[in-house]
Write a protein that binds this ligand. Structure first.
Ligand code: GAP
Length: 509
């Protein structure tokens, strides 16, 4: 299959690997499902997105409704916390997906990801459901499976693909009539059962129930645990926020869609503590602010973002409102899928931790002497998922370019800002180009590339999403000017060497 024919997602995955953005973890051992490594360009891109978020949250928080900057501080809490943390938060009991196993193939599926279609044999003697796994080719999977089974059994299956039904919507007593996604006959799926998503470990030398700990499934709880220390040791008062970026771990049953859902990933979460009566106002504020941020700071097209207000009967019992900020992923298109959740969590978490730890976590206003447990609004986004958004937004295909595949990453987030080349390795060009490189690398991530034709070098930089390339050529020694090429337009401009810093500074700011 040619590149142009491969699905958009497959092209993004293969470019990511070929150019060192993202590799499969443990690849030389055959890989490990749901784990990914960020290569040289990928880690730089991820750090840039993380830094942009940190800057907008902690270093330069947005203006509040009163026109004054909000007060938000940072935290870096432990991945492993006291196990009671997860009892208080509800993760020990409730953080589970419903799973089914296949007795025939030993495969395990998330029950809501087993998608079924009704069938009838041509002689109308047998009926039931043929299933596939949820994805962009579910219908295809089911019809191929029906053909294959039909050939094997010498029966023609009449499959109704107009209505796809998740296994969870089929009464359990009828599960015996479902042919599992990889099974050859009906009735091999077990009843759905809860499967906790937290990874377990032990601390200390003994491996007993008392020393059992969990890798955090979200960064948020570490913030609640340190809320009191932060109040007591810094000058913040409600309304204020605490922001954290870091790894989280979930033993996802079906990690999928590249780094969209993995078992180890990074989150960028902020808990905003406010007086109870202002909770709804801050919830609306943060939904708007986060939509604005993905568009203006991360450079996402407006039409690819969607604020999905979760219906009341689907949100957590303690939440007074949840909005998912969704993105039109290549694998959900034309629909959208979650990028970030903004949840009004009320005082649930602080009250739970106060109860389980027997520590007072209320706040006393020094002026009014009013005592209350602050309410919390939480914008919780995935850093890893954010990197996938940047790659999906940036991916371009144009046969007329030096490299048909290229990345139009927003310059402020691009892993490498400048490519610097001598046109030829002679006549003083390398010396001048190296001098420029040594100067500009102090302020910008630059790559010095003296090898191969200029077209190949532009192609390499375009694939890496580098916004500008600077070439020192034969004329430079005479006119003290260089050629600056713009990645997006491929246009070239002659700029005096002593004005290059100013020129790229204005373009990259
Ligand atoms: N503290 C709330 C919380 O963790 P969540 O919706 O479960 O909420 C927040 O997670 C964000 O973390 C998601 O919107 C998503 O971007 C990211 N995320 C969650 N699970 C993930 C996974 N398995 N792989 C990659 N990103 C994930």
């Amino acid at each position: 299959m040619s590149k142009a024919e491969a699905s958009l997602m497959n092209r993004i995955v293969s470019l990511s690997k070929r150019r060192g953005f993202i590799y499969q973890a443990s690849e030389i051992y055959g890989g490990l499902g749901g784990f990914w490594d960020f290569g040289p360009l990928g880690v730089q891109l991820k750090n840039n997105l993380r830094d942009a978020w940190w800057h907008s949250m902690v270093e330069c928080p947005p203006m509040g409704p009163d026109g004054k900057p909000l007060s938000i501080v940072g935290l870096d809490s432990s991945i492993i916390q006291h196990p009671r943390t997860w009892q208080a938060s509800g993760h020990a009991e409730g953080f589970a997906d419903m799973m089914v196993d296949c007795r025939e193939t030993k495969s395990r599926y998330r029950a809501d990801h087993v998608i079924c279609a009704r069938y009838l044999s041509a002689d109308a003697k047998i009926s039931g459901y043929i299933s596939g796994q949820d994805g962009d080719n579910t219908k295809d999977q089911i019809s191929k499976k029906a053909d294959k089974l039909g050939r094997k059994k010498g029966i023609k299956f009449d499959v109704d693909l107009s209505e796809l039904i998740p296994l969870t919507s089929i009464p359990v007593e009828n599960h015996g009539r479902v042919i599992g996604p990889d099974a050859s006959k009906a009735g091999t799926l077990t009843d759905p059962r809860a499967f906790n998503l937290m990874f377990e470990s032990h601390y200390g030398v003994l491996q007993t129930d008392e020393t059992k700990v969990y890798l955090r499934p979200e960064t948020a709880q570490g913030i609640f645990l340190q809320y009191k220390n932060i109040l007591d040791t810094s000058r913040v008062r409600p309304p204020f926020g605490v922001a954290q970026v870091g790894k989280s771990f979930r033993n996802e049953v079906t990690p999928r869609n590249f780094i969209f859902r993995s078992r180890e990933f990074e989150q960028m979460e902020m808990e905003f503590f406010c007086p109870p009566e202002d909770g709804m106002m801050w919830y609306e504020f943060w939904v708007n602010e986060r939509m604005r941020w993905w568009e203006e700071v991360a450079g996402c097209k407006k039409e690819n973002l969607f604020a999905h207000v979760i219906p009341e009967d689907e949100i957590a019992h303690y939440s007074k409102g949840t909005t998912d900020i969704e993105y039109r992923w290549p694998f959900t298109e034309p629909n959208f899928g979650e990028l970030e959740g903004v949840a009004y969590r009320t005082d649930y978490d602080l009250k739970q931790h106060a109860k389980f730890s027997k520590t007072k976590l209320d706040y006393i206003d020094q002026e009014s002497k009013e005592r209350y447990v602050p309410h919390v609004v939480e914008p919780a986004s995935g850093l890893t998922r954010g990197v996938l958004l940047l790659l999906c937004e940036a991916y371009q295909y144009d046969e007329s370019r030096p490299s048909p595949e290229w990345l139009k990453i927003k310059p402020s987030l691009a892993p490498t800002k400048l490519g610097i080349f001598p046109l030829m390795n002679k006549d003083g060009m390398p010396e001048l180009a190296e001098k420029l490189y040594m100067d500009l690398r102090q302020d910008y991530t630059c790559q010095y590339d003296p090898k191969q034709s200029i077209g190949k070098r532009y192609a390499r930089m375009d694939e890496a999403g580098t916004p500008y390339c600077i070439t020192v050529d034969g004329e430079t020694l005479k006119d003290q000017a260089v050629t600056v090429r713009d990645r997006d337009t491929a246009s070239q401009e002659r700029v005096a060497i002593d004005k290059v810093r100013e020129y790229v500074g204005a373009k990259l700011s």
